[in-house]
Design a protein around this ligand. Structure first.
Ligand code: GLP
Length: 244
């Protein structure tokens, strides 16, 4: 879906999520959201905050699972995804703290496998993700599923691609400060979501968006696996649609 602007796309997406949350609340049920970080979803989160403040949208029945976290960062670290989510969304809405889930960046090496398995189990125990929000990295990754991530991959620790670390270098004031590993939901974890929307803005995403949408389904571009999901859509602006 090619929107006139990223703002229009973010507003349309927020409206859909609002409808999901309110229809579930009417039935006294939870809405389970899969959330992403990066600059792309910021306008969407801002719109959710606006709906909370101006239209009284409550997040009391919302349960969230984030895609990923840098390995080795404390939740308080300025570049951690914990911190990002609190700053950009959670601190501004009425979601109960116990409903928020992110992989831990601090789990000791010998407990990573168990931590990741528990994360998968928590998603399933919550009833699965109803609505998964995604961005896309320059390597075609969703979450941190770098090239080579298989269709069957689950939540696990992954080595970050050089390109991904270069893209994060400015935020960390130098590539040498960017963590080498992350914990991410797998491709298979993401594809279990009932509905998926991937957002991408601007011409610098045009190449990778085209590969993901029109290219072969391949583990070289993990977003291409979305082609096999019955309810996956791309919300993009004109810049990101340029090479389609
Ligand atoms: C990171 C995140 C991804 C995100 C990507 C793109 O790698 N782990 O979830 O999609 O960055 O970031 P941006 O939205 O800033 O372009």
């Amino acid at each position: 879906i090619i929107h006139d602007s990223s703002a229009a796309a973010a507003a349309a997406l927020a409206q859909e999520v609002k409808e999901l949350i309110t229809s579930r609340a009417a039935k006294k049920k939870t809405a389970v959201l899969g959330l992403a970080t990066g600059s792309t979803p910021v306008s969407f989160y801002r719109e959710l905050i606006r709906l909370h403040r101006e239209e009284g949208l409550s997040f009391k029945n919302v349960v969230t699972f984030n895609l990923d976290e840098y390995y080795g960062l404390t939740p308080e670290h300025p570049e951690s995804y914990h911190r990002f989510m609190c700053d950009q969304l959670f601190d501004h809405i009425d979601i109960p703290k116990e409903n928020i889930h992110l992989p831990s960046g601090l789990v000791p090496s010998d407990q990573v496998f168990e931590h990741c398995r528990a994360y998968e189990e928590m998603i399933d125990a919550a009833g699965g993700v109803d609505f998964q929000i995604l961005g896309i990295g320059r390597t075609g990754h969703i979450g941190f599923n770098e090239p080579g991530s298989s269709r069957e991959s689950l939540t696990r620790r992954i080595t970050l691609d050089r390109i991904t670390r270069q893209d994060a270098a400015a935020d960390f004031r130098g590539e040498e400060n960017v963590p080498r590993f992350a914990i991410t939901m797998g491709v298979s974890t993401i594809l279990r979501a009932k509905k998926i929307v991937l957002m991408a803005w601007g011409e610098n995403k045009a190449g990778v968006v085209t590969k993901a949408v029109e290219g072969p389904v391949t583990d070289a571009v993990s977003a291409s696996f979305l082609q096999e999901h019955a309810e996956a859509r791309f919300f993009i602006d004109k810049g990101a649609a340029r090479e389609l």
